[in-house]
Design a protein around this ligand. Sequence first.
Ligand SMILES: NC(=O)c1ccc[n+]([C@@H]2O[C@H](COP(=O)([O-])OP(=O)(O)OC[C@H]3O[C@@H](n4cnc5c(N)ncnc54)[C@H](OP(=O)(O)O)[C@@H]3O)[C@@H](O)[C@H]2O)c1
Length: 286
Amino acid sequence: MSFKVVTIAGATGLLGFNIADAFLNDGSYKVKILRKKPESENKNASLLASKGAEVVYIDYNDKNDLVKALKGTDVIVSAIGGTELVATQCALLNAAKEVGVKRFLPSEFGCDIKEMTGEIHPFHKPKVEFLQELEKSGMEYTIIVTGIFYDYLGTLGFDHKNKKATFYADGNTKIVCTSLPDIGKYTVESLKLPEARNGTIRVAGSVLTLNELLKKYEEITGTKWEVSNDLTVRQRHKNNTAPVPTIIDDFSAYLTVSLDIKNLHNDKFSFTPLPVTEGISLLVKS
Ligand SMILES: NC(=O)c1ccc[n+]([C@@H]2O[C@H](COP(=O)([O-])OP(=O)(O)OC[C@H]3O[C@@H](n4cnc5c(N)ncnc54)[C@H](OP(=O)(O)O)[C@@H]3O)[C@@H](O)[C@H]2O)c1
């Protein structure tokens, strides 16, 4: 199937900007970006518009508005963030069905949620809920699984400012992580993969254990780090046991054991991803 028009929702965000930029750099697609009304200045939107993206303002609560904006779209990529992930993406999906959009890429770009067993973290529940709606809708879809963004490695307990690491799991736990520009490129190329049709595409910029990542941080910062283990965060959060972790810490602990993503599709792609050492170097310099 050939796709010509790609509409990206949430393109002003960290992830969405990189995806829109990759489509524009590819040069084979007409790129539209959807922005929430009312119109407002945004550096990323201006940059994308200067590279040829059409910026369309919409009210996600107004179906006519959405239908008008999506006319002619072949593929929707949702990179929406925020707390209304289900309602906003459902609105997009309903309008997409009405105008005959061919494929929908939901705002995933993290863990392999469909393959995860056990309790789903509250932060992931909206994603699970929307995936169920998407599958029920009959719309063709692709889920892109990327592990954690290099920019978010700090969430797993790596504190490069203070040269300290807190491990929320065994040091041999494997972590899949990927740079944002590569996630953009993987998203673009996924449109050409037969496996992407109603499927999950799993990619990794790097797969290293927590211990190996720590070693990279130590090499890059040129110093030995202080390391501590905090293996009971989830339990303490659940049981309200002191010191009670925040829900953010609980999510970090949950993420740490959810990033050993299997069955990667890296060999289906044309490029070599940016190594995590480069991602860490950029983080350390920032
Ligand atoms: N794997 C990882 O390490 C990782 C890390 C962070 C995020 N993520 C995932 O990446 C995706 C995007 O996250 P992000 O942090 O880049 O997003 P974000 O910056 O929070 O939001 C992206 C854009 O979505 C639009 N938006 C926000 N709330 C909205 C709403 N209620 N309705 C419609 N549009 C809304 C806004 O664009 P406009 O105002 O221009 O419309 C915003 O700039 C999410 O699925 C998130 O879970 C993954």
